[in-house]
Design a protein around this ligand. Structure first.
Ligand SMILES: [Zn+2]
Length: 311
């Protein structure tokens, strides 16, 4: 009998070996179900991270702060490329769709310390697989502070479709040349990971090799994704975004952003290649003229002592 391999090993083999490609991602059960299997499955789940302790999102103060806000900077991100942009705490920024259906891969760093960056995994654990108005984008440990709050989303009507798909996911990592080489055995240099690396190298004036590790898992802006019902695999489908749509954020601290116009275009068919029709993306940065939301202060890093139980 072949030794059982962990699921991840089976997936890796499936990715590498043509013989394994035809085999379902999940192996058939190899062990007899116990007598109480159904009872164990029937236990109701509980939410891992209830966020009832967070103050409920109040749209009105943000709307008031936006009255008369002034556009102070604008960046156009070219197709299959990325650009960096800077936002001050208390400013708003919008990712826009100026030309045609296009998804964007967003990275956020704390402007004064690029080691502090968006933590898509914990954001997903706190807010769910897809984010929208009122959700916050959290930074990595040991900081764990909100980098930005989503304050408006013209695609908020989409919700979840019949396939379980939604927009603006924090599931996918970003298309990258390493996975592309693994799966397709060719080199493609304009995946979002590479685009973001080039943009950050350009912004910092450092070689790509010195900044690549700072590129991190993204917020997939405008991308429509979910998990297949049968194999629970990550899927994408044509983004519902159209010219004029935007996703709007309020900066909770000084930020450096990086945005890649994904080579997948609207991600209806493929990515990591030159095949898809791609369009530009825009970033608009706004300075509120009115008062900031009442009681708002720049976000502080976690107050945890970092003792970790060490005596
Ligand atoms: Zn991409």
């Amino acid at each position: 009998m072949e030794p059982l391999l962990p699921i991840n090993s089976l997936r890796a083999i499936a990715a590498c070996s043509p013989t394994w490609k035809a085999i379902a991602v999940k192996p058939t059960a190899h062990h007899q179900a116990p007598n109480d299997a159904q009872a164990r499955k029937d236990i109701e789940p509980v939410v891992c991270y209830p966020i009832d302790s967070f103050p409920a999102f109040d749209r009105a103060p943000f709307e008031a702060a936006k009255v008369g806000m002034k556009l102070v900077d604008e960046v156009i991100v070219q197709p299959r490329d990325a650009s960096c942009f800077s936002v001050k705490a208390g400013q708003f920024f919008r990712i826009t769709c100026p030309d045609g259906p296009q998804v964007g891969d967003l990275n956020l760093w704390q402007a004064d310390n690029l080691e502090e960056r968006f933590f898509s995994g914990k954001t997903r654990a706190l807010h769910g697989t897809h984010v929208g108005t009122g959700d916050r984008l959290w930074s990595n440990l040991p900081y764990l502070r909100p980098l930005a709050t989503i304050t408006d989303d013209t695609l908020d009507w989409y919700g979840y479709d019949a396939y379980g798909g939604g927009v603006h996911d924090v599931i996918g990592t970003r298309c990258d040349p390493y996975t592309n080489t693994l799966l397709n055995d060719n080199e493609y240099h304009y995946c979002c990971h590479s685009n973001l690396t080039r943009a950050l190298a350009d912004h910092t004036g450092k070689p790509a090799s010195e900044v690549e590790h700072l590129v991190h898992d993204v917020l997939n802006v405008f991308m429509c994704t979910g998990f297949t019902r049968d194999t629970q695999q990550y899927f994408m489908k044509a983004s519902p975004v159209r010219k004029g749509d935007y996703l709007e954020f309020f900066a909770e601290t000084d930020l450096l952003g990086g945005l890649s116009a994904c080579p997948g275009g609207d991600c209806s068919a493929s990515h990591s290649s030159e095949e898809a029709q791609c369009y530009t993306l825009g970033v608009e940065i706004y300075q509120p003229q009115a008062d900031l939301p009442e009681g708002w202060q720049p976000a502080h890093a976690s107050s945890y002592s970092r003792n970790h139980g060490i005596k």
